[in-house]
Design a protein around this ligand. Structure first.
Ligand code: ADP
Ligand code: ZN
Ligand code: ZN
Length: 735
């Protein structure tokens, strides 16, 4: 087909969502003169399919013979859906984490945009008074106070469904009024002007941090906000956001868990008169699409989301905040394995705005960056609002008779606290009734058929279940090994402790908080609300409860089994243990009343457990850092892993050995060490054998270059059936 010579020169380099480690080149669509913009979508052919690609680059020439190339079919957008800074961020992410660009760039689009549909409208389902509703007397409906309140709320104009939900109205209230033709559905734009209400009077430490951040809102800078729990980090966020708002700039807030959104959103809504949107997996697709677009158009002043929100579009990025920056939930452990914190720092750099990393127990990586001056370091050393730090003590449980995990000391403390009308928070990081089911006669334990792991015993409903792959089995009546009938629960999980607590404290409400009891989008919010309005009560939970929640009436915190955290195979195990103990402890006495933390352990002499009691995070983390440095582990130097999952037991290590040999035949860099193949700490999971090689070096760039070589070698390798490999840079999973 004859073409203008200079037209055949132009190529669209596209990221197409397929697992290929590269971009695909296409000729511009036939019959269209204008070229698509970078960051816009094009429909491209691939085999017999048509896929949505993202234009990542426009090339003037190519080494490939243009006759072999196909034409892009259709340009889907007149504007770029992905802005230049986010496009660069996504390209950087694909390169840094060595992940297929097509599967990475797609993260810059909302669910419907990925399907090739236009961006969502930001108009939302809402409700307005009908003429009849407007004419209704204020005193009407006095028998239905919620309906009356809903009418009153709508007297100032229409409200969105979300706004009404957040104000506590239920769909049945809406339905009742619709059926009486008092209100009607309308589409509403949340087009509020941006305004902030007056802040708290910041203390000196807060003021210094706020000043440092707000005086540099137009330039990149990384601020580590290290503040003990309850020190008012959130107030620092609020006041810096207010400064960004005043400049008409948006703020992106990244948090580790959706469970934290309701409390945070509520505090933000109390402070700001500005549209706030959330982005997390708990939202339906339609809401996610709409919020994504509200962020892109600049309608949303504040965007609060979990890790993938780090790629959300922003019209006027002014500030990025990562809360609980040490939290492992900020790292994605499958597909694109990335740290949302690290990507957020890169984003701030590309968008030329400041970033605040906040935590009571910052990661050793961030502590190192703060001590070597790369980050600005702000410390909040006192609890705000005059609250005192909690007092902590160890309870040596060796030889003690525990009742469902509770020592007599802890029970005594609980009795006292509860009798004062205060609240108790107990931490037990094991859900289910008991961590294993054991035969008293022969020692058999219920094990998962798919994983190297025991099955957990659950009573509600009765079953044994693997927490790694989800596989469930009915409770055996007899031992499958010796046919004995003395099957016993071994160890203690949250279900069992809950049961015991209800018996021991029959008049006190007990709330269990784990992933079994907290399913549903609003479970966590409802729980937090209930507890806030209650007096004496007991909360018992796993990690879910240890995160940044604010429970003002808790004055006693019990850690039932600190030792379960000691046996970690991970080199980050000690850091995590220390963070968790500090964080859980931080839930105590956050308001006026002093709090007490009791840590039950069989290892009262363990250096980390002792240190948590005696030392602030700064001292403790410095010790952990120097021991990491001595071992040459991150943040000293860099690590990466080439991981492999395989249905066949030997195929994985054979594959990794072949790649290692090929690598060593071509490369000699004495500063890089390859170690492996090693079995993962859990060698089999969900039916797959898991192995890896570790790439270690003192210089990040060199580790990166080696990984690139390995990836190139692995890509050329013919893979046996049932084998998959992937790259893990700065791995957060144990090695
Ligand atoms: P953190 O986020 O560090 O855990 P919060 O921001 O939740 O701490 O603050 C703990 C409590 O202290 C909150 O109730 C908050 O309203 C209050 N607070 C924070 N800063 C101040 C201040 N400057 N003056 C009075 N109260 C404050
Ligand atoms: Zn048996
Ligand atoms: Zn399993």
């Amino acid at each position: 087909m004859p073409q203008e010579p200079n037209n055949t020169q132009i190529l669209l380099r596209c990221a197409v969502p397929i697992p290929v480690r590269g971009y695909l080149d296409y000729l511009p669509a036939e019959g269209i003169d204008a070229l698509p913009l970078l960051g816009s979508r094009v429909l491209v052919p691939l085999g017999s399919r048509q896929l949505v690609g993202i234009v990542a680059e426009i090339l003037g020439s190519t080494a490939i013979n243009p006759e072999k190339l196909k034409y892009a079919k259709v340009y889907l957008d007149e504007t770029a859906l992905i802005s230049p800074d986010v496009l660069e961020l996504l390209n950087w992410t694909a390169d840094y984490y060595q992940h297929p660009p097509g599967e990475t760039l797609i993260l810059g689009l909302s669910p419907r945009e990925r399907r090739g549909e236009p961006p969502a409208s930001t108009r939302e389902d809402g409700f307005n008074l009908t003429l009849r509703g407007e004419g209704l007397a204020d005193t009407a409906l006095s028998r239905a106070p919620r309906q009356q309140a809903l009418i009153a709320a709508l007297r100032h104009g229409p409200k969105t469904r979300t706004q009404l939900r957040l104000a506590g109205f239920k769909s049945e209230n809406l339905r009742a009024l619709i059926s009486r033709a008092l209100i009607e559905p309308v589409a509403v734009d949340d087009n509020k002007a941006w305004a902030s209400k007056s802040p708290l009077n910041a203390n000196d430490e807060q003021r210094q941090a706020i000043a440092a951040i707000t005086t540099s809102l137009n330039t990149f800078g990384c601020h580590l906000l290290e503040g003990v729990t309850g020190s008012g980090k959130t107030e620092v966020y609020l006041q810096t956001i207010a400064a960004a708002l005043a400049l008409q700039k948006q703020t992106l807030v990244i948090i580790p868990e959706i469970g934290l959104t309701p409390q945070l959103v509520q505090r933000f809504e109390e402070r700001f008169d500005a549209p706030i949107v959330t982005l997390h997996s708990g939202l339906g697709n339609a809401e996610r699409d709409r919020n994504w677009q509200a962020a892109r158009t600049g309608q949303a002043a504040i965007v609060i989301g979990t890790r993938s929100a780090v790629f959300a579009p922003l019209l006027t990025p002014g500030l990025i905040i990562v809360d609980e920056e040490h939290d492992i939930s900020l790292s994605q452990q499958d597909g694109l394995r990335y740290s949302a914190r690290d990507v957020a720092v890169k984003r701030a750099q590309l968008s030329d705005c400041p970033i605040v990393l906040g935590s009571a127990t910052p990661s050793l990586e961030s502590m190192a960056n703060a001590s070597n001056g790369r980050y600005h370091w702000h410390r909040l050393t006192q609890r705000a609002a005059g609250a005192h730090p909690p007092s902590k003590r160890l309870v040596d449980i060796r030889g003690l008779a525990l009742r469902a995990g509770l020592s007599p000391q802890l029970e005594d403390e609980m009795v006292e606290v509860l009798s004062r009308g205060e609240q108790v928070l107990l931490f037990l990081n094991r859900r289910g009734f008991a961590p294993s089911l054991l035969c008293h006669d022969c020692g058999w334990t219920a094990e998962c058929q798919n994983c190297d792991s025991r099955q957990t015993l659950h009573k509600k409903p009765p079953r044994v279940q693997c927490h790694h792959c989800g596989q469930k089995n009915p409770l055996p009546k007899r031992c499958p090994h010796c046919n004995g009938h003395r099957l016993v629960a071994s160890g203690v999980g949250t279900e069992q402790t809950e049961q015991a607590l209800r018996k021991r404290f029959p008049s006190v409400p007990v709330h269990r908080v784990d992933s079994d009891s907290m399913s549903g989008r609003h479970a966590m919010a409802t729980f937090a609300q209930t507890v806030e309005n209650a007096n004496a009560c007991i909360m018992l939970g796993t990690q879910l409860l240890a995160k940044g929640h604010h429970f003002p009436k808790v004055t006693c915190v019990g850690v039932l089994d600190a030792d379960s955290l000691l046996m970690s195979p991970d080199f980050r195990g000690e850091e995590r243990l220390a963070q968790l103990l500090t964080q859980v402890g931080g839930r105590a006495g956050r308001a006026q009343r002093p709090g007490e933390v009791l840590i039950q352990t069989r290892h009262p002499e363990h250096p980390i457990i002792k240190a948590v009691l005696e030392q602030p995070w700064r001292t403790l983390s410095a010790q952990l850092l120097s021991s990491r440095e001595a071992q040459g582990l991150p943040p000293k130097g860099a690590l990466a892993a080439l991981r492999c999952d395989s249905a066949d037991q030997d195929a994985g290590s054979a594959f990794l050995t072949a790649i290692m040999n090929a690598y060593e035949a071509t490369t000699t860099d004495p500063s890089i060490r390859l170690v492996g193949p090693l079995s993962a700490p859990m060698a089999r999971r969900a039916g797959l054998y898991r192995s890896h090689i570790v790439i270690a070096g003192t210089q990040r760039s060199k580790v990166h270059a080696s990984v690139k070589n390995l990836v190139a070698l692995a890509s050329e390798h013919r893979l046996p059936k049932g084998l998959r490999w992937f790259v893990d840079i700065d791995p957060s999973e144990p090695l």
